[in-house]
Design a protein. Structure first.
Lengths: 206, 210
C-alpha cells in the first residue's frame, strides 16, 4: 500500500544529512546554523542556510504559481527574515526547515494581499508566540520534522502529489481532484492513507 | 460523524497554507489558539510543508547570501519585531490586530459585535447569547464557521464548548440552543447567504448581510 517509489531515496534532499561542497559532504545541522546566527551573527552560517534554502523556497513558490522574479524576491526576503528573527527560532516548536517554510508562507500572504493591509501573517506570528510547549509535550520540532521527511519518502508518487497540493498549497479536496483530473473519492482516500501513514511515524512523539 | 468539535485536516491545511479567506482563517486561528489538539495537528501539517520544502526542486538564485546580508544591513533599523499584544478581557490574542465594533443588543438576550477584516470575503462577528437562548433556526448557501470563546451551545450536530470549532456548510440546517447556565460567546465567519427563520432571524438578517 505504501510502496516506496524507486525514486524515493535518491530524490530525497539531505537537509540534515549533508550539503555538497566540492567533492566533500559536510554535515549540515540547519537548527544549529540558525542558532549560530542568533548567538553570534554568524555570516558563514547564514551563507550556508541561504545556499541551501533560498533556491528551494524559490522552487516551492514557483511550483505554487509565483512568477520567477517575485519568487526570487520572496526567497531572498525569507532568508533575510531568518537572519532578523533567528533569536525567536525555537527548535522545540519546529525544526529549521519547517520554520523557514512558515516564514515563506507569511511573506507570500503579505505580498498577495499587500493592498488590502492584511493582518493574517500577524495572526500566524501570534499563534507561534502563543502556547509555550506544555511539559508533557516536550517534543523536539526537529525530531518531528525528521520523522515527517522520512514518512514522505515512503509515500507513493500519487500520494505525495495529493499531499503536496492539499497540505502545502492548501487546495480543497475538490480543487485537488479538479487539478489532477481524478475523482474526489480518490483524493480523499489517498489523503486519508497518507495522513494515517504520516501520523504513525509521529505516534510516539505525541 | 458529523459531530466534530475541531477543525478538519482539510480546513487546517487551507489555513496553514494561507489560502483560506482571511475572515474564515481568523475563526480557525481562534480555535487553534484555544485547542491543543488542533494546535498540534497544525504543527504537523506545517511540518509536512517543511518536508515538502526539503524534498522539492531547487531553482538557482540570482542573488547571493552576500546580497541578502547587504540588504539586511541597509534596513537594520527597522528590524524590531512587534511585541506580543496584551490579552483583552479574555479575547483570543489572534483578534488583537483587528478592529472590533461595539457590542450592540439585537434582541431577546443576544448581542453582536462586528470584527472588521478588511478585504475578506467572509463577514466576521462575535455573538453573545444569554443562558438558555434559542438562536434562530437557519440554513446556509455558504459556510458558517464558529469558534466558541466561552460557554456552550448545542444543536442537531452536537454540543460545542469553549475552544470548539463548528464547521457548518450549505448542507446544514441547525437551531442552536445556548447552555442554560453559562450562556455563550462565539466568533463566527460567514460566506454566502444565511436564511433565518422566525422573528429574531429577521432581525439578524440585515446585520449579517452588511
Amino acid at each position: 500500500m505504501f510502496a516506496t517509489p524507486e525514486t524515493g531515496l535518491t530524490r530525497r534532499t539531505p537537509v540534515n544529512a549533508g550539503v555538497r561542497r566540492g567533492s566533500n559532504t559536510v554535515p549540515m545541522d540547519a537548527d544549529a546554523l540558525v542558532q549560530a546566527i542568533a548567538s553570534s551573527a554568524d555570516r558563514q552560517a547564514f551563507a550556508r542556510l541561504f545556499d541551501h534554502f533560498a533556491p528551494r523556497v524559490k522552487g516551492l513558490l514557483m511550483r505554487g504559481g509565483t512568477p520567477a522574479d517575485l519568487a526570487e524576491e520572496l526567497a531572498q526576503e525569507t532568508l533575510m527574515t531568518v537572519w532578523r528573527k533567528a533569536a525567536l527560532f525555537d527548535p522545540t516548536k519546529a525544526g529549521a526547515g519547517t520554520w523557514i517554510a512558515t516564514i515563506a508562507r507569511n511573506l507570500r500572504i503579505d505580498h498577495a494581499r499587500r493592498e488590502k493591509r492584511v493582518r493574517l501573517s500577524r495572526v500566524f506570528e501570534i499563534l507561534e508566540e502563543e502556547s509555550p510547549e506544555q511539559p508533557d509535550q516536550v517534543v523536539s520540532g526537529s525530531e518531528r520534522d525528521a520523522r515527517v521527511r522520512d514518512a514522505l519518502t515512503s509515500l507513493s508518487k500519487d500520494q505525495y502529489k495529493v499531499v503536496e497540493l492539499a497540505f502545502l498549497e492548501g487546495f480543497s479536496h475538490q480543487d485537488v481532484a479538479t487539478r489532477l483530473s481524478i475523482p474526489l473519492g480518490t483524493v480523499k482516500s489517498r489523503l486519508r492513507l497518507a495522513m494515517a501513514h504520516l501520523r504513525r511515524h509521529l505516534e510516539d512523539l505525541r | 460523524m458529523n459531530a466534530r468539535q475541531f477543525a478538519s485536516d482539510e480546513t487546517l491545511a487551507g489555513f496553514a497554507s494561507g489560502r483560506l479567506d482571511e475572515g474564515m482563517a481568523l475563526v480557525v486561528a481562534a480555535h487553534v489558539e484555544m485547542n491543543r489538539d488542533s494546535a498540534r495537528a497544525l504543527r504537523e501539517i506545517e511540518a509536512i510543508g517543511g518536508g515538502v520544502l526539503a524534498r522539492g526542486e531547487a531553482v538557482p538564485m540570482l542573488t547571493s547570501a552576500e546580497d541578502a546580508l547587504a540588504r539586511i544591513e541597509e534596513t537594520a533599523d527597522i528590524a524590531a519585531a512587534p511585541s506580543q499584544p496584551p490579552r483583552d478581557g479574555g479575547l483570543p490574542r489572534v483578534l488583537a490586530p483587528y478592529e472590533l465594533g461595539k457590542w450592540r443588543p439585537i434582541g431577546r438576550g443576544v448581542a453582536m459585535r462586528r470584527v472588521h477584516v478588511p478585504g475578506a470575503e467572509a463577514r466576521v462577528f462575535m455573538l453573545r447569547a444569554a443562558p438558555g437562548t434559542w438562536l434562530p433556526e437557519h440554513r446556509h448557501t455558504g459556510n458558517e464557521w464558529t469558534t466558541i470563546l466561552s460557554g456552550a451551545y448545542e444543536h442537531e450536530y452536537g454540543r460545542f464548548g469553549r475552544g470548539d470549532f463548528d464547521e457548518a456548510n450549505e448542507d446544514h440546517e441547525h437551531h442552536p440552543h445556548v447552555d442554560a447556565v453559562e450562556g455563550c460567546t462565539c466568533i463566527v465567519a460567514l460566506t454566502g447567504e444565511v436564511r433565518f427563520k422566525g422573528w429574531l432571524g429577521r432581525m439578524l438578517q440585515p446585520l449579517v448581510r452588511l
